[in-house]
Design a protein around this ligand. Structure first.
Ligand code: NCD
Ligand code: ZN
Ligand code: ZN
Ligand code: ZN
Length: 356
C-alpha cells in the first residue's frame, strides 16, 4: 500500500556519463535509476569525455538524450578556459553553467581569474551559475556573487566552515544558494575506514561535527538536497587509482524519509528541499500530473542487487531504511511500478525544450 503522495522530485546534480563514460551509466539507465528513486526531473553534469563545453558537444549529448531519457533531463554547460569564446553560445542548450573550482573527477577546472570574470560577464543572467567549491573556494564564489550581483549556487556543501560562511552571506543579502548530498548527511569519515574507495568522493566525507552542522542548517541555510549521483564501476573503485564518486539516485528519498520517521526532518521541509526549491532556484518548468507514491513505514535493507543504475552498487548497502517508493506517475503516465521501470527510452523531455 502507499500512504504518502509526493510531488515528482527534482535532482539538480547527477552524472549521466554521456559521452565517454557509458560503461558507468547512460541516459537510459541513469533516468531509470532516477524514476526508481522518485525523481522525475534531473540535471546532468558536464564533466563528460569530451566535456559539455561547446555548442556541438551539447547538441550531440542532447541528440542522444532525446532518444534515450525516461524522465525529464536538463544538461549543464561546463566552463573551460580553453573554450571560453564558445561559452555564451552554449546557453540556449543548457539548463545552467557549472564551474569546477577544485580538483575532482574529469578534466574541467577553472583556477584563473580571467576565466571566472569571463563566465560572470558572458553567461546570460537568466541562467544560473553553479559551482563545485570547497573550503576557501566558497568565499571566491560568494565574492563573485557580490561583485556581479547575480545568483551563485554551491554544489555539495559538506563542511561546517562552508555552511557557516554561506549562512553569513545570506544574512548579508547576497544571492547565494546551496545543496547538500545524502552521503554527507548520513556518512562521515569513519565510514571511509569501513568502505575504503567505496566511500571516496569529492568533497570527501566530513567529521561528525561537519555532519552535525549540516543537519543544524537543514532547516534554514540549506536550499536543496541533491544526490551528486556519480556512478563508477566496482572494478574502477577497487583499482589502484579509484575515481571519486558514489551513486545516489535510488537511495536519497528512502534515507530522507527515514529521517522524517525519526523526527529529524519535517516532511514539508523534505518537499521544499527536493522539489520546490530546486525548481525555483533553477527556474525549471512545472511537470503537470506528476507524483510519487510512497509507503512511508515500509522497512527494507538497501542492497546492491536490483539497482537500476548501471554501476550496480551503493555505499549504503546494508543500511535499513523506512520508506519505499511504490509508483511514479509522470504527466499522467505510470512510469515506475513496484520495482519495474515502465517509461520507455525517449519518453522524457529535454530542458530547455526549445532553445532559449
Ligand atoms: C563526481 C564524478 O564522479 O563525476 N565525483 C565526485 O566525487 N563527486 C565529480 C563531482 O561531482 O565533483
Ligand atoms: Zn563536484
Ligand atoms: Zn557531481
Ligand atoms: Zn503504509
Amino acid at each position: 500500500m502507499s500512504d504518502l503522495i509526493l510531488p515528482g522530485l527534482i535532482d539538480v546534480h547527477t552524472h549521466l556519463r554521456v559521452p565517454g563514460g557509458e560503461h558507468k551509466e547512460d541516459f537510459a539507465t541513469g533516468t531509470a535509476a532516477a524514476l526508481a528513486g522518485g525523481f522525475t526531473l534531473i540535471l546532468g553534469m558536464p564533466n563528460t569525455t569530451p566535456p559539455l563545453s561547446t555548442p556541438d558537444a551539447l547538441a550531440a549529448a542532447r541528440h542522444t538524450a532525446a532518444q534515450t531519457i525516461r524522465c525529464d533531463v536538463g544538461l549543464f554547460a561546463g566552463a573551460s578556459p580553453s573554450q571560453l569564446p564558445a561559452l555564451a553560445a552554449c546557453a540556449p542548450q543548457a539548463a545552467a553553467l557549472k564551474i569546477y573550482l577544485n580538483d575532482t573527477y574529469g578534466s574541467l577546472r577553472v583556477d584563473d581569474v580571467p576565466t571566472l570574470r569571463a563566465c560572470f560577464r558572458d553567461w546570460p543572467r537568466h541562467k544560473l551559475i553553479a559551482m563545485h567549491a570547497e573550503k576557501q573556494s566558497v568565499a571566491v564564489g560568494i565574492g563573485l556573487a557580490a561583485a556581479y550581483q547575480r545568483p551563485v549556487h554551491f554544489c555539495h556543501i559538506s563542511r561546517r566552515e562552508e555552511i557557516e560562511l554561506i549562512a553569513d552571506a545570506k544574512m548579508a543579502g547576497l544571492p547565494v544558494t546551496c545543496e547538500v548530498t545524502p552521503h554527507h548527511l548520513f556518512l562521515d569519515a569513519a565510514d571511509f575506514a569501513r568502505l575504503g574507495p567505496l566511500a571516496d568522493m569529492r568533497p570527501v566525507l566530513g567529521a561528525p561535527e561537519d555532519v552535525a552542522a549540516l543537519w543544524q542548517h537543514l532547516g534554514d541555510t540549506i536550499d536543496c538536497i541533491a544526490t551528486d549521483h556519480a556512478p563508477h564501476t566496482l572494478a574502477e573503485k577497487w583499482s589502484p587509482q579509484p575515481p571519486p564518486g558514489v551513486a545516489g539516485l535510488e537511495t536519497a528519498l528512502p534515507l530522507l524519509l527515514t529521517a522524517v520517521q525519526q523526527g529529524r526532518l519535517a516532511l514539508s521541509r523534505l518537499i521544499e528541499l527536493m522539489h520546490t526549491n530546486p525548481r525555483r532556484i533553477f527556474a525549471l518548468p512545472a511537470q503537470p500530473d506528476t507524483w510519487v507514491e510512497v509507503d512511508a513505514e515500509a522497512q527494507w535493507t538497501i542492497q546492491n542487487e536490483g539497482m537500476q543504475s548501471k554501476c550496480g552498487w551503493t555505499p549504503f548497502a546494508g543500511m535499513t531504511v523506512s520508506g519505499r517508493i511504490r509508483r511514479v506517475t509522470l504527466r499522467g503516465q505510470l512510469v515506475y511500478d513496484e520495482g519495474v521501470v515502465l517509461a520507455p527510452p525517449g519518453s522524457g523531455k529535454l530542458i530547455p525544450t526549445v532553445n532559449r
